[in-house]
Write a protein of this length. Structure first.
Lengths: 342, 308
């Protein structure tokens, strides 16, 4: 799409030396009630050794983008209608099912939100990790078991050997998510997609899991895509943040820039809605209105009905994602004014 | 696990006593003289009457009758028919035949029913799915004797592919058609349960995880999906063996198989109460044991079920 010109994407489809690039991706869900345009030209990339946080509320399309990258989009109802997902410069959407399968786990791996339902309830945790060594690497049962125990050890599960033969329901939530991480890292992936890895956990455990993820990412120099709706979670771990709204990237920036000077009113609204100690007792600030109906996205800027800065132009023209320099981009007609105001 | 097993075995005792007593009571309470018509037109001679009356305690209350019957039963004595034949002998010749038939039926159910269920559950709304839905509806709606006679006539008489009846050797090849007839309704149910179960679990998160791990599709389906989807199917299959054995009367009749269905029917008609009770008691045992096995298998398939 012509309005897509986020960093790293030149729209030409030429390999650009990036590890993983999503370029102008479009996905729609065809349901009985109509067509929901879930992803409307998403472009982002992640390189080795960096963490990109994809931020957005439910329904913004952040998880669907991840599922499309992994090739686990439910089709039907989901259909990719445009764009590319390039891994080492090659468009995965054009690959055969078998080529894509080989990338899963080894090239790109994924951690899911709810580890209780994401792990198979009838197999031991150890089996589910060892399985990858056996099936993908052709190791014997005993070697695979050894490697699986090593993995459990790496994610700091105490008594890894004893825990090997426990079932998922015998783990606590935090331990289970650790096991999930061990499983996803088993084949040494180059990119790790973590889809809301801490949402289902207690706050104290959330921090531990985020620390562990950050540590493993640095150690292994992986590219990591961290999908979350929680601004508080990303600050310590992420290098860059891409904010999604109604299936588009509305702002992309380095973590510090984004927190210091958001260049999109939606990001500003998100930052303002974080509860603060010095405002204790006051009403929480929220973004007014509801996320748009994806079957009927408002014309112009999708955020305009909720935007405190909305002008007539916002209802007519879709604001393109424009570079603002220093690796940041914003899809707002008034991005310059937002950044330059004081 | 051991304690659970012991408790379950102990639970079987009252169930066994309760069911066998009910059967015993019902069968021996049929009104009329038990000796009527047993010895031709003349009536039974007094010494024979006296002997049988004493053997089955016919002058005592039902409790005494039942108690003495059970006492003999636990010593391996099923009693004798009014004609003097050992009932254990009848059971020994007829039970294996019915068991063979039921096992063949069960195997056909499991293979065809499960196969159809898995295939249609993975690809819903396709041609095969519609075909299976319609054909299972047919099998469920048609009474067994219709399916039995139609297949016997078509395959056995008109086309001559198989023998219309089963010989005394009970060869496996002869049992395929009767087994199919006997298991047809259950097979249809199994196909439908398996289809629903597979379709439900197909969208489960853990299946998505298995795919995301880069496992080949046949392993995702054959290991991760199947193991979870099998749980309801196993219950159905396990409890069905008893039902198949008890429900084989019609099939055995059509294909001339000398099984318990036939024997029970004959015993009821001729008021051979001891034979009826003997055969049914063994059937009750089969039911109870199969139910226990299913519960144990359940735990093996689903580790979330823990027996304390």
């Amino acid at each position: 799409m012509s309005e897509q010109s986020a960093p790293g994407a030149d729209g030409s489809g030429r390999p650009s030396g990036r590890l993983l690039e999503v370029d102008g991706l479009r996905v729609e869900f065809r349901t009985r009630d109509g067509v929901a345009k879930v992803i409307n030209g998403v472009t982002y990339h992640v390189d080795a050794g960096e963490t990109l946080a994809v931020l957005g509320e439910s329904g913004s399309g952040k998880s669907v983008t991840a599922q499309t990258i992994m090739g686990i989009l439910d089709t039907p109802p989901g259909f990719v209608t445009g764009g590319q997902v390039r891994f080492h410069g090659k468009d995965m959407l054009k690959m055969s099912a078998e080529q894509r399968r080989r990338i899963r786990g080894e090239g790109i791996a994924m951690i899911f939100q709810d580890s209780l339902s994401a792990l198979n309830p009838v197999f031991t945790v150890g089996f589910q990790i060892a399985e990858q060594f056996r099936i993908r690497r052709g190791l014997s049962r005993s070697d695979a078991k050894k490697r699986a125990i090593e993995m459990l050890d790496q994610v700091k599960i105490p008594n890894a050997k004893g825990r090997y033969s426990n079932y998922p329901h015998q783990f606590s939530g935090g331990m289970r998510q650790r096991a999930m991480i061990a499983m996803s890292l088993a084949l040494d992936p180059e990119v790790l997609i973590a889809d809301e890895p801490t949402t289902a956990l207690d706050v104290t455990v959330q921090a531990q899991i985020m620390d562990l993820l950050g540590e493993l990412q640095r150690e292994r120099q992986m590219g990591m895509i961290l999908i979350t709706h929680d601004l508080g979670v990303v600050a310590d771990v992420a290098d860059r943040i891409a904010v999604m709204y109604a299936g588009r990237i509305v702002e992309e920036a380095d973590v510090y820039d984004l927190y210091a000077k958001p260049a999109h009113p939606y990001t500003l609204g998100l930052l303002n809605s974080i509860p603060r100690m010095d405002e204790k007792g006051q009403e929480l600030r929220t973004i007014k209105g509801l996320p748009p109906n994806l079957m009927n996205i408002p014309p112009g800027c999708a955020f305009n009905p909720r935007c405190p800065m909305a002008q007539p132009v916002c209802r007519e023209k879709v604001p393109p994602l424009l570079q603002l320099g220093r690796g940041r981009a914003s899809a707002c007609h008034f991005a310059e004014e937002l950044v330059n105001r004081d | 696990m051991g304690r659970y097993l012991l408790r379950r075995l102990l639970q079987l005792v009252p169930v066994f006593i309760g069911t066998t007593f009910l059967i015993y009571w019902l069968v021996w309470s049929v009104p009329g003289d038990p000796f009527a018509g047993k010895c031709g037109d003349r009536g039974c001679p007094p010494n024979y009457r006296a002997m049988m009356t004493e053997k089955y305690h016919l002058d005592d209350s039902i409790w005494v009758q039942y108690a003495s019957y059970m006492k003999n039963l636990f010593q391996g004595d099923f009693g004798i028919t009014f004609g003097g034949r050992e009932i254990s002998d009848i059971i020994a010749t007829s039970y294996p035949n019915t068991l063979k038939l039921a096992v063949v039926a069960l195997a056909i159910e499991a293979i065809i029913g499960l196969g159809a269920g898995v295939l249609t559950g993975l690809r819903r709304n396709g041609f095969l799915d519609n075909l299976v839905l319609i054909s299972t509806l047919f099998l469920i709606a048609l009474p067994v004797f219709v399916i039995g006679f139609v297949l016997q006539w078509l395959l056995g008489v008109k086309w001559g592919i198989v023998n219309p009846t089963v010989s005394n050797e009970m060869r496996f090849s002869e049992l395929i058609v009767p087994g199919f007839v006997l298991g047809s309704a259950s097979m249809a149910y199994i196909a439908r349960v398996a289809r629903t179960s597979i379709a439900e679990n197909r969208r489960a998160d853990y299946v998505r995880t298995a795919i995301a791990k880069g496992l080949p599709m046949r392993r995702v389906v054959g290991v991760h999906l199947l193991r979870n989807s099998l749980i309801p199917v196993v219950t159905l299959l396990g409890t069905d063996l008893g039902a198949l054995m008890g429900g084989a009367i019609v099939t055995e009749g059509i294909f001339g198989i000398n099984g318990i269905g036939r024997q029970v029917l004959r015993a009821i008609v001729t008021k051979e109460s001891a034979t009826v009770v003997g055969i049914v008691v063994v059937l009750v045992l089969v039911y109870l044991v199969m139910n226990l096995l299913v519960d144990l298998l359940y735990a093996a398939l689903d580790p979330r079920i823990r027996y304390e």
